[in-house]
Design a protein around this ligand. Structure first.
Ligand SMILES: [Fe+2]
Ligand SMILES: [Fe+2]
Length: 267
């Protein structure tokens, strides 16, 4: 099974760039073309939030027109730059198949890996939250199939990842989420976005993995002293490969021209 993860598209309105200078829509189109050309084919795509710049309907519709070019099913969760009701209006029934207690929480069944979408957003706030309603919902869903390999996907990582811009946003309810996660041994990964960098960290017996963005990289400064800043980079996405021996391996794919390939034998 092959899963692609796109994150932090930050699509602006038609004809506009994100933060005036980031060509996120063009970058998303390049990533979609790349995913469509994958051999073996990608089974499904997860879009882990911040689909738009400011959740305007024209931004969501522009993102949907691009994502609809994917040749496989895709699923979305909101980020702090999105509004769950607007996403539901545009994507509801297909890429956001269900709303649970007003949250964009749902389960994708019928695959080798069970995928659980968790809505970590707080309307109007940059930070994330898992409240008791969402934690209880997750616990019930996980308890249904505690032996099937499972991936949880959400926008905000529940721990600090050493990036000032997003660490400062905070995450409420990490304790109650952690109490649920550590009860289950079948959670292969928690897939997140929000920090605009490809990274991995262990947490509560599983691994949190974060995806790169559509070319809008946050500054990596582990001294946490530099001002909030971003860099324009080549866009990228994650490819999660569930191998025949049931191991989930993650590759960071950078999309753009590169020199090569060269044959070792000819050098
Ligand atoms: Fe973002
Ligand atoms: Fe975000």
């Amino acid at each position: 099974m092959l899963i692609a993860q796109i994150s932090d598209c930050h699509i602006a309105g038609p004809g506009k760039n994100a933060y005036k200078i980031a060509h996120t829509a063009e970058n998303l189109a390049h990533c979609i073309d790349h995913i469509n050309q994958s051999n073996p084919t990608v089974d499904l795509v997860l879009v882990t939030g911040d689909i738009t710049c400011s959740s305007q309907i024209e931004e969501v519709e522009r993102a949907a027109r691009l994502l609809d070019r994917l040749r496989c099913p895709f699923y979305v969760v909101p980020g702090n730059h999105d509004t769950r009701s607007v996403l539901w209006r545009v994507f509801g029934g297909r890429a956001c198949p269900e709303m649970s207690a007003g949250f964009c929480n749902y389960v994708i069944e019928g695959r080798e890996i069970r995928l659980i979408a968790l809505d970590s957003t707080v309307p109007g706030e940059p930070g994330g939250e898992i409240c008791s309603i969402r934690a209880e919902w997750l616990d019930k869903r996980l308890a249904e199939k505690p032996a099937q390999p499972t991936v949880v996907f959400m926008h905000h990582p529940p721990v600090k990842f050493g990036v000032l811009e997003t660490d400062e946003d905070g995450f409420a309810g990490a304790g109650i989420l952690g109490n649920v996660i550590e009860k289950y041994q079948n959670i292969l990964r928690i897939l997140c976005g929000h920090i605009h960098l490809s990274s991995h960290g262990g947490w509560k017996g599983t691994i949190i993995t974060t995806a790169p963005s559509m070319g809008l990289q946050l500054g990596l400064d582990l001294t946490l002293t530099r001002p909030s800043e971003f860099y324009l980079e080549k866009p990228g996405y994650l490819l999660h490969y569930f191998t025949p021996d049931r191991n989930l391996i993650t590759y960071t794919v950078t999309v753009g021209k590169m020199d090569g390939p060269y044959l070792f034998d000819e050098q």
